[in-house]
Write a protein that binds this ligand. Sequence first.
Ligand SMILES: Nc1ncnc2c1ncn2[C@@H]1O[C@H](COP(=O)(O)OP(=O)(O)OP(=O)(O)O)[C@@H](O)[C@H]1O
Ligand SMILES: [Mg+2]
Length: 335
Amino acid sequence: MTTTTPHSLAIAAKGLRKAYGDKTVLDGIDLAVPAGTVFSLLGPNGAGKTTAVKILSTLITADAGELHVGGHDLATDPQAVRAAIGVTGQFSAVDGLITGEENMLLMADLHLLPRSEGRRTAAELLERFDLVDAAQKPVSTYSGGMKRRLDIAMTLVGGPRIIFLDEPTTGLDPRSRHNMWGIIRELVSGGVTVFLTTQYLEEADELADRIAVLSDGRIAAEGSAEELKRLVPGGHVRLRFADPAAYRSAAVALREVTPLAPGLARAGGTPIDEALSLQIPSDGSQRELRSILDWLDSAGIEADELTVHTPDLDDVFFALTGTADVPDQLRKAVR
Ligand SMILES: Nc1ncnc2c1ncn2[C@@H]1O[C@H](COP(=O)(O)OP(=O)(O)OP(=O)(O)O)[C@@H](O)[C@H]1O
Ligand SMILES: [Mg+2]
């Protein structure tokens, strides 16, 4: 990555900083997004994802940082950046009083498309986003998911090469979400760069070439989904109990356990009270599972449900953004 210049990247940020009053939101972050890839920014509520999107899409200014989007310097040439990008904000920007089609045509006008081309583009996008039947109805009558789809359709009107999507599928049902993923993949295969924030780790896993986890104003880790998953020892066996008494005695037994099994010895299980569940760290190997099952038998513990959990992005997310003790080596970025 050291050999790539800001100009050969679709999005490049160096030392991006932003504070509101004395609250530092982005504390000098670096980003490098090659053209034609999907980059996903993850982080808990309030981490600064929307702030990053707003800065990179020229809606607000940064306090510091060298920022280039589409090869243009955000500080000196925001107009050129604006011409190269499309933005779908976290909260809907559609006008509820007019129809879906009118919203689309308004966007076409804003992009100065000739009337016939504007109509053609609007019709194509309404079709692609499954909004043909609703096109003549006022947007105030749309469901949340329909508004979201219209929002994104409007983003695509000018044929932008770089798209910022701030939580594009929040509130969409599973089918609409999968459709959206299909559309994002199509865009990327056509060379479009997508900068995506999401609360759905599954979404980042599905779509993103690279993922960065934002925490406390910094990038806590960055890499492909696979690289990030390798950072956390998130594998465990989960035992669920229907009976609170059985749960309690299992929790006590787990806490008292001596190094009987490698998995049990490592952490002694973590009680999760509300769900009446216990977690036993495990790599999921046959050997560890056998020793865990043997121990459960000998301790007379019968769980109502036993599931084996291999690390996923959720584990990465909790390990890096939670309050849990995370070893320093987990916090360092994979670059
Ligand atoms: N205009 C503003 N004035 C003051 N503080 C702000 C402003 N906009 C955002 N913040 C603060 O900056 C922090 C980051 O907010 P931001 O909206 O970027 O988070 P986010 O990661 O997008 O969160 P979410 O997942 O909830 O959308 C929050 O603490 C928020 O309160
Ligand atoms: Mg946000």
